[in-house]
Design a protein around this ligand. Structure first.
Ligand SMILES: Cc1cc2nc3c(=O)[nH]c(=O)nc-3n(C[C@H](O)[C@H](O)[C@H](O)COP(=O)(O)OP(=O)(O)OC[C@H]3O[C@@H](n4cnc5c(N)ncnc54)[C@H](O)[C@@H]3O)c2cc1C
Length: 474
């Protein structure tokens, strides 16, 4: 431990750190501080890194000061929003972490239907405020995910088929650049930067504040999930393939293979049993939602049916218990152009091995299309809009002794399905060992434009601890 801390701190002179401390309104955490061990960690318990300095920024000035300090001392720089990135980009070894966590200001304009949100907010926190005005924008399926990394990578969620990706709703952003200066990105100021921020990740600067378009949602919506035992998996997937062709934009759904969790809503006899579920949210009238969802209820008598009117904020938290902070995790992702018979057979076969894995492990198939597909491809850096489904293989487990078996299960599943999948990849679901998929994720033309913008806004690749787009000059 001592030697790691020594390595972590060796680059920075104590007197310089003292000056930095005095210049900050937020707090500076260093190795040896009581708060250090908690502050260096992110959501994924597999990530075990030792930064030299962690700045918990109170304001934009802190962010500017920190960027300049990290550059002056040639410290690797990690930027953290909610810390949910599965590859652990929100922390680093022997560098500086700029933690936006304390910056949680939010201002809703109920008349103009916009919200300005600081970069330390999570989706649960932002929804809490905007729902007081009956408003929401597309957010994550787990309330503790940060708005920042989520939006910058694209952002898929319950409202996406009606209102587009989170990044499609990004109207403007305040940005601290690689030189520690301040820029605003909007349709009239630095529009090319706004384009890059809509899907290009944390490559172009540190966003301190996001301005979103908001929509009237809820506060009560029809949502929940219908569960069947896994012996119906293939049959339900075929139904899902056909049913999703008929759905209005108001309905966003997710197909999941899972192990029934020990939750009060699962009958005791089903806990631990392999199951399949279709979870959903209808962003429209409750009556119309009931009518649209009825074919799913009629498919076959469900083992559990949780579909009903729920507060939107409660629906947003539906999966929270399945994703506790500190769990170990590894993912792989692919787009599926359709649920063909070979894809169905492969997924059913692979998910069939889940009963020997941790109950936090799942297979997720997100239905896209709708507003995601209709948004103009030229308005954002987001890679691919025309795939019908986004597949994610998220393994999660608490015990380090189970690392190998879970990582292998994800890799084997990905290897089996990848030849059957569509081109591209969703960057927010890429793992740490997926850097070679980045060009494919954006497509060649968009990737070239991104590397040129990177050369303009971050020519020295200061912001490189991310799914990194290298400047075309490097
Ligand atoms: C439990 C769980 C549920 C999820 N659910 C969904 C979902 O429903 N839909 C979906 O699309 N994705 C989902 N994701 C994936 C999620 O979008 C990404 O993990 C995203 O990176 C999380 O953002 P964050 O701010 O929490 O992450 P962080 O780890 O803090 O940051 C992620 C990346 O963004 C950069 N970054 C963070 N803040 C800033 C900033 N202010 N300025 C510039 N760059 C910044 C970081 O440097 C890093 O590269 C989920 C992830 C988890 C772990």
């Amino acid at each position: 431990m001592t030697s790691i801390l020594h390595t972590a701190t060796s680059k920075v002179d104590d007197s310089h750190v003292c000056v930095l401390q005095q210049e900050l309104r937020g707090s500076l955490i260093q190795p040896g501080d009581p708060a250090y061990d908690e502050a260096r960690r992110v959501w994924n318990g597999m990530i075990d890194r030792y930064p030299a300095l962690i700045v918990r920024c109170a304001d934009v000035a802190d962010v500017m000061t920190s960027v300049r300090f990290a550059r002056a001392h040639q410290l690797p720089l990690a930027v953290r929003g909610g810390g949910h990135n599965v590859a652990g980009f929100g922390t680093c070894d022997a560098g500086m972490v700029i933690d936006m966590g304390p910056m949680k200001g939010v201002h809703v304009d109920p008349v103009g239907r916009t919200a300005r949100a600081q970069a330390g907010l999570t989706w649960g926190e932002l929804d809490h405020e905007t729902q007081a005005f009956g408003l929401a924008t597309t957010g994550g399926l787990v309330t503790t995910t940060g708005i920042a990394g989520f939006t910058l990578g694209g952002g898929i969620g319950w409202l996406m088929r009606k209102h587009g990706l989170a990044s499609d709703n990004l109207l403007a952003a305040d940005v601290v650049t690689a030189s520690g200066d301040f820029l605003r990105a909007s349709s009239s100021e630095n529009p090319d930067l706004l384009w890059a921020l809509r899907g290009g990740g944390g490559n172009f600067g540190i966003v301190t504040s996001f301005e979103y378009r908001m929509h009237q949602v809820g506060p009560t919506v029809l949502g929940g999930a219908v569960f069947h035992t896994a012996d119906r998996a293939a049959e339900l997937l075929r139904f899902y393939r056909d049913w999703t062709r008929t759905l209005p934009d108001e309905l966003t759904t997710l197909f999941a293979f899972l192990i029934a969790p020990p939750e009060p809503f699962i009958p005791a006899t089903l806990v631990g049993v392999p199951m399949v579920a279709i979870a959903l949210c209808y962003a429209g009238s409750l009556e119309e939602g009931q009518r649209v969802v009825q074919p799913l209820v009629d498919f076959a008598p469900p083992a559990v049916n949780l579909v009903g009117p729920h507060p939107y904020t409660m629906l947003q938290g539906m999966f929270d218990a399945s994703a506790p902070r500190g769990i170990r995790s590894y993912w792989k992702t692919a787009y599926l152009d359709d649920l063909t018979e070979p894809v169905i057979a492969t997924l059913v076969n692979h998910a069939g091995q889940m009963s020997s894995l941790s109950p936090f492990t799942a297979v997720h198939i997100h239905h896209a299309e709708g507003a995601v597909a209709r948004a103009s491809a030229s308005d954002s850096a987001f890679g691919r809009r025309d795939a019908r489904f986004i597949l994610n293989l998220p393994a999660a487990w608490p015990d380090p002794c189970q690392d190998e078996v879970h990582v292998r299960w994800v890799r084997d599943g990905f290897d089996a399905v990848h030849p059957l999948s569509g081109k591209g990849a969703y960057v927010n679901f890429l793992a740490g060992d997926d850097a070679h998929r980045l060009r494919e994720a954006y497509g060649a033309e968009r990737y070239v434009r991104l590397t040129a913008l990177k050369a303009r806004y971050d020519p020295d690749n200061v912001f490189r601890l991310n799914q990194n787009i290298r400047p075309d000059s490097l």
